[in-house]
Design a binder for this molecule. Structure first.
Ligand code: UDX
Length: 433
């Protein structure tokens, strides 16, 4: 059955899920307050760099299933299902900033013109469904019934479209079984396993999942630090661990830690959620500390390899975004690493295929190239921060010829140490002999 859906917020979650709902046959209107953004979207110009998204938006607009507007009121009134996908950034004190969610819920309430299911897809603390319910009762102008449902979003940046069509699970948190069933039907074309639960559990599943992924990364990063001291190879340790199905092989790549918008924010929020109910979530605290420490240890490693100091050294930083295939610089490890190197007197230049737009603000005056060889030319060392395809595919003989000395410090374990030594490099990576 085709549903009439309004999606409030055209960030990652809203834009991708709205477009994918349109692609499977629903009638979708996406709303954003930002008029310039909506104008560009109407011409299929994307506000984010996400492979495959522009074609999908264009295709579904042409098919008449996807439209864009700046009016929440219009969108809500013409829809039966309203998805809230606005931002929930962290505040200074670690609490989640709920102002955009609350504002959206109130606008939905003011425009309630019949029964509606209001789905929350933003990552929100436990209790938000209940709070939304109260807000709607308080602000609705007409006494229409409604249901608040929680369906957290698990997509990754850079593979968001692929992820939406290959979901591991759809979590539906609802108090009313009929609403849960209708939301399940709406997701049927995605053919993913469905878990129906209460709203509080659903809200917590999102934080629990991201926190656990972050814990896997911090675990393997600590393991890599032990490996370096005992002469073991962390990639082999991870491979051996991952062959146990109970552990699984993903998210066991040691390196310089996680960045991005979700894992850093959600781990801190999870800690705060526990703190707010007087529970000290010790593992979470360690996961966050280890992630920060991993960036610092990497800078120390660069100093060590360069003879104890980076002062006056020309360093080529390869990759700036928090991971490849995204232009997102939020909490990217490159920020801490490059700032530390600069403070210690290094002369840093960088390669990144898409992050140039962020450089002036984050690293004023730092020369940045979209060609890795330009960044490498004349540098005293190359430092791998993000495993872009252009980095993996580097012509290493050319790199050796361009550097003043053949030194590569690899924060993402992209090359085989033995081969690098055979090529004549001083090659130091993470957790490998
Ligand atoms: C994450 C979750 O994966 C996704 O389910 C959720 O909806 C949003 O948050 P995303 O932030 O796009 O997605 O990035 P992800 O691919 O998970 O990577 C996060 C960070 O962890 C990156 O900085 C990456 O480099 C790092 N990482 C990942 C590692 O250091 N090691 C690994 O083994 C995996």
């Amino acid at each position: 059955m085709s549903e009439k859906i309004a999606v409030i917020g055209t960030g990652y979650v809203g834009l991708v899920s709205g477009t994918c709902f349109a692609d499977v046959g629903h009638q979708v209107v996406c709303v954003d307050r930002d008029a310039a953004k909506i104008e560009r979207l109407k011409q299929a110009i994307m506000p984010i760099y996400e492979p495959g998204l522009d074609e999908l938006v264009d295709k579904n607009m042409k098919a008449g299933r996807l439209t864009f507007t700046t009016s929440i009121g219009d969108a809500v009134r013409q829809s039966d299902i309203v998805i809230i996908a606005v931002g929930t950034p962290a505040m200074e004190n670690g609490d989640v900033d709920m102002s955009q969610v609350k504002a959206a819920v109130i606008e939905v309430a003011e425009n309630l013109n019949g029964y509606k299911i209001i789905i929350n897809k933003s990552t929100v603390p436990v209790g938000t469904a209940k709070l939304s319910e109260e807000l709607i009762r308080e602000h609705r102008k007409e006494e229409h019934p409604f249901d608040i449902v929680s369906t957290p979003e698990f997509l990754r940046e850079g593979t968001a479209v692929y992820d939406t069509f290959h979901l591991d699970r759809i979590v539906i948190g609802a108090d009313n079984p009929e609403a849960a069933e209708r939301v399940k039907q709406m997701h049927e074309p995605f053919q993913a396993p469905v878990l129906i639960t209460n709203r509080e559990s659903s809200e917590l599943i999102k934080y629990a999942s991201n926190s656990f992924l972050a814990a896997k990364i911090s675990f393997i990063n600590e393991m890599s630090n032990v490996c370096e001291k005992v002469g073991a190879d962390v990639t082999m340790v991870a491979q051996g661990m991952g062959m146990d199905k109970r552990i699984g092989k993903s998210f066991l790549n040691a390196g310089i830690g996680y960045g991005g918008f979700c894992l850093p924010k959600d781990t801190k929020a999870q800690l705060k959620i526990a703190e707010n109910v007087d529970y000290d979530f010790k593992i979470m605290r360690a996961v966050i500390d280890v992630n920060q420490q991993q960036r610092e240890l990497f800078v120390e490693k660069i100093e060590r390899v360069l003879g104890g100091s980076v002062a006056g050294k020309k360093i080529a930083a390869l990759g700036l975004t928090f991971k490849p295939d995204t232009d997102d610089m939020r909490d990217a490890p490159s920020i801490d690493v490059i700032h530390a190197l600069q403070e210690k007197g290094a002369d840093v230049r960088a390669f990144d295929p898409v992050a140039a737009g962020h450089v002036d603000k984050l690293f004023p005056g730092m020369p940045t190239y979209t060609d890795p060889y330009q960044a490498i030319e004349g540098a005293d060392a190359a430092v791998i921060i993000t495993e872009w395809a252009q980095v993996k595919e580097l012509d290493l003989n050319r790199v050796k010829a361009l550097l003043t000395q053949p030194v590569i410090i690899d924060g993402r374990n992209q090359f085989v140490p033995e081969q690098m030594r055979e090529l004549g490099f001083v090659y130091v990576s993470v957790g490998r002999p």
